[in-house]
Design a binder for this molecule. Structure first.
Ligand code: HEM
Length: 207
């Protein structure tokens, strides 16, 4: 499918505003007092979930490109990955501001109460490594190793799902939905399945 550079630019701008809008909406909900009795906790959970959704969307872009042949999906991969990192940082910021109340000396006690914080921190570290190496200079410098560094994304996904699993425990339905989506995306990366996507796309008249 051919797409003009102008259309790709417009698409990138649209994706930018679409990714920014949840931040605007949730901030407005807090400002208007519609975020419930614990607005800090509200933001913490919304930002964490948004980071997970963006991670899954980022992982969906390569299979979508193979299925449709549309390069617009590849064109927004870096942007969506960086948005995922940005929401994960907002999630951490909400934790430090609203849960710890900026008192970092409470962190050790909190980690003992909720060890899943370590798992989240490891996932964030993985996202950080990918965010700082997502530019052209790093791509050139790392050469073949760049792909290996960015395959960290699968480990990050598993860590985030574990982090989330540990948080919910009681109501597993929502978690299971995200885990299924993650498992499907991981399966689609397998060579045997990934190679069939262009043919499937042609059969479905998507390319
Ligand atoms: C240092 C890093 C992190 C810290 C300190 C942290 C902390 C937390 C805490 C305290 C909660 C539970 C809130 C509660 O129910 O009381 C939580 C939930 C969650 N976190 Fe993190 N997290 C971190 C990293 C991440 C990352 C990197 C992601 C995703 C990319 C993430 C996604 C989530 C999700 C999806 C939830 C559950 C949201 C829900 O129940 O709706 N977290 N996190």
């Amino acid at each position: 499918m051919q797409t003009s550079p102008r259309l790709i630019l417009l698409w990138r701008v649209l994706v930018f505003f679409a990714a920014l809008s949840p931040l605007g909406y949730w901030s407005a909900q807090v400002a208007l007092g519609h975020a419930g009795p614990e607005p800090g906790q509200y933001l913490l959970l919304k930002f964490g979930l948004c980071a997970l959704v963006l991670l899954l969307l980022t992982l969906a872009l390569t299979p979508l490109t193979r299925l449709t042949g549309w390069r617009g999906f590849t064109a927004i991969r870096r942007q969506l990955g960086l948005w995922c990192f940005a929401y994960a940082l907002l999630h951490l910021t909400s934790y430090v501001l609203f849960i710890l109340g900026l008192d970092v000396s409470l962190l050790w006690d909190d980690i003992q109460r909720r060890p899943y914080i370590i798992v989240g921190a490891l996932a964030l570290l993985g996202l950080l490594v990918m965010a700082v190496t997502s530019n052209r200079v790093s791509m050139r410098r790392l050469g073949k190793r760049w792909k290996r560094v960015h395959s960290l994304v699968y480990g990050v996904l598993l860590l985030v799902l574990l982090h989330f699993f540990w948080v919910v425990r009681a109501d597993m339905a929502e978690w299971a939905g995200y885990a299924l989506a993650g498992a499907a995306l991981l399966l689609l990366r397998l060579d045997a399945l990934s190679r069939r996507l262009p043919a499937l796309g042609r059969r479905l008249r998507l390319r």
